[in-house]
Each structure stands twice: as C-alpha cells, then as structure tokens.
Design a protein around this ligand. Structure first.
Ligand SMILES: [Zn+2]
Length: 358
C-alpha cells in the first residue's frame, strides 16, 4: 500500500523483530492502568504521556533510565499482567508488519513477585505461547543475564534457559551497563548457553565503543550483537562483522532517546549498510522511547534516505538473522518481494477490489 505521497506503507513490509525488552514493550496506557490497579505512584516521566527525556551516556543518566524501567516492571505482579503485556506487544508487532518476534527477558527481576525464578520463567513462556496462538505471530524468547549481577547468576540463568529450550527459548543475552565489568566475566555462562544450542546475543557497542563489540565476538562468541552501532567507529571491525555476517540489532530511536547519538541523522545506519554489516532494526524499549518497530524503518527512510528497495533489504536482513523455521522464512522473504513488487500507486493485492472495469 502506498501513502498519498507515493511511498509504500512500512507497516505492511514483512519483517522480524529481534530486539525488544519485556517490560519495555508495554503500552503506556497499560502501565497507567496497572499502576492504578496496584497503587504504584508513577513519576511524571512515566505518566506524562510523552516519552521521558533521558541521557544515558553518563552513569547518572543510565541509572535514571534503569530506575524508570524498574518502576514500570514493578507494576507486573500477576500472571494475568504478564499475559496482557505479551499479548499487547504481539498485537503491536503484528500491526507494524512483524512476522516474527524474539523478545528478551531477565526472569530474575520478575521472580520475587511471581513465586521464584522457575515459576516466573514458566509464567512468561506460557504467556508467550498463548499470545502467539491468539495473534498468529511467531514469538520466541531470549533469556538475558544482567551485567550488573554476579557472573554465577548468569550461569544459573544460562542453565535454566537451556533446560527450557523446547518451550521456545532460542537465545541468551547480556544487558545493562556495558561500561561495567568485562564481557569475559560472563564467558562461562555463554559457553553453557551455546553448548545448549542457544544463540549468543549480548548487548555491545551501544554505550561503549568498538572494543565492547570485539569482546562480544571474542569472549562470548556472539552470533548477533545487541545494538553494535558503535562498530561504525572501527572499519576493521566492520569488515569482520560483514565477513562473518554477524547481524547487529540496531535500535535507531533508542540510540537518540538515550543520547548515544544527538540526532537521528547521526546514527551510523549508512556506515554499517555500506560496510555490508547485516542489521535487524528493533524498538528496544518502546515504552520509554516512544517508537515501535515500523517507526525504526520510517527513521531509516526519513533520516538516512533508504529507498524502498533498501528498506526491503533491511527487512530481509532481519528475517535472515532470526531463528524462524525455514518454511516461515521462505514465505516471509517472498512476501517482502511482493511488497516491493507491488506497483506504486496501486493498493496491495489483498486490498479492496479497484473496480476499474470500463
Ligand atoms: Zn536492548
């Protein structure tokens, strides 16, 4: 479908969403309702109806971001809250043209309110199965360890993640402030995850520079990198990512919201693109950054001049980097081709009949 301006609608471009955090996927209206339900006082930054102003490039700014995230998470207290969160995240994804969602969660932070680590994970996986059934969206889970916690905790999580592999866990991540500690502190946890058949997808190259992406590759053997945009500062690293076809889960709206880059134009999408580094655009935490999946592609179009053929290729890259079953991947890639092949000015094939007979 084309806008009146003659552009194809990016919400109908089929794509895979590979970088979305659990609480961060919540609808703002749902947060208000849950806060009301539990009598949680939300700071203005979360209740004002506008995404909060954040600047996480210093430790205080990052701490403030984490605090807001923690407050939002504290409103998820019962299995039905978790079910609602995942169902709505899936609905938003479907609306934005997502065919496949890989959502990441650290079950540790939900455990105290949901009866412990294993029950929390089971509640989350149940919710994912149900949301997938209800919306038709394929959803899988990455369990993410917290870099601020002890590496032994990460090992426990990795073992748990492997144990629940047949319930839809496909990957293992590492999140929170990458300026703290070293990736290699978590190498054992990642070895457990990889040996258990999980994809290694740690965060790196967001708050720290290229060295943090290199650590993800060398120490954690990352198959994908969360963010990774700061690799743009090192041509040799870009070449390495391109040669090995390691996908960077780039989240353009998040990068500007957190102050990693000042302006949308500054996010080095073109640098990664021209170096041949595959990307999967993601929303990261739409609750806090105000932009969901299709909006990331809109930014690629508006701020970086990606044309429709290039946007279709970005969508293909997200699909190739996902762990979709092969039949779904084939179908999705064919549908991307159909999106691009649809002649500008005409509605989609499954749109209303034109009635242009004589
Ligand atoms: Zn993230």
């Amino acid at each position: 479908m084309l806008h009146s301006s003659g552009e194809r609608d990016l919400r109908t471009l089929p794509k895979a969403h590979l970088h979305l955090h659990f609480t961060g996927s919540m609808r703002p209206g749902t947060l208000l309702e849950l806060a009301d339900k539990y009598g949680v006082h939300l700071p203005d930054a979360l209740s004002g109806g506008e995404p909060p102003k954040l600047r996480a490039t210093d430790e205080r700014g990052w701490f403030r971001f984490q605090r807001l995230y923690d407050i939002a998470r504290s409103c998820l207290r019962a299995p039905e809250d978790i079910q609602r969160l995942v169902r709505e995240a899936a609905e938003e994804d479907v609306r934005d043209g997502s065919r496949w969602l890989e959502i990441q969660v650290d079950p540790t932070s939900y455990a105290p309110r949901l009866g412990g680590l294993t029950p929390a994970l089971e509640i989350i996986l149940d919710a994912v199965e149900r949301a997938s059934r209800d919306t038709g969206l394929g959803i899988r889970v990455l369990v993410a360890a917290n870099r601020m916690k002890h590496p032994l905790d990460a090992r426990t999580l990795a073992r748990l993640a492997v144990r629940y592999r047949d319930r839809g866990i496909v990957g293992f991540g590492l999140s929170n402030d990458e300026r703290r500690g070293f990736a290699r502190d978590f190498d054992r946890a990642f070895a457990i995850a990889r040996e258990g058949g999980l994809l290694a997808a740690p965060h790196g190259g967001e708050l720290s520079g290229p060295s943090s992406v290199r650590d993800c590759l060398d120490d954690l053997r990352a198959g994908r990198v969360g963010h990774g945009v700061r690799a743009a500062e090192d041509p040799w690293l870009l070449a390495r990512l391109a040669e090995r076809q390691v996908t960077c889960e780039v989240c353009p709206a998040s990068n500007v919201a957190l102050g990693v880059y000042d302006k949308h134009e500054d996010v080095p999408l073109r640098t990664l693109w021209e170096a041949g580094v595959p990307m999967a655009l993601g929303a990261d935490d739409p609750l806090l950054f105000g932009a969901r999946l299709a909006a990331q592609y809109e930014l690629a179009r508006r701020a970086h001049g990606f044309d429709d053929a290039e946007l279709a290729e970005l969508a293909r890259q997200s699909v190739r980097a996902s762990v979709m079953p092969e039949d779904v991947r084939k179908r999705t890639l064919a549908d991307i081709d159909a999106w691009l092949a649809a002649e500008p000015g005409l509605p989609e094939a499954d749109g209303p009949p034109l009635g242009r007979a004589g």
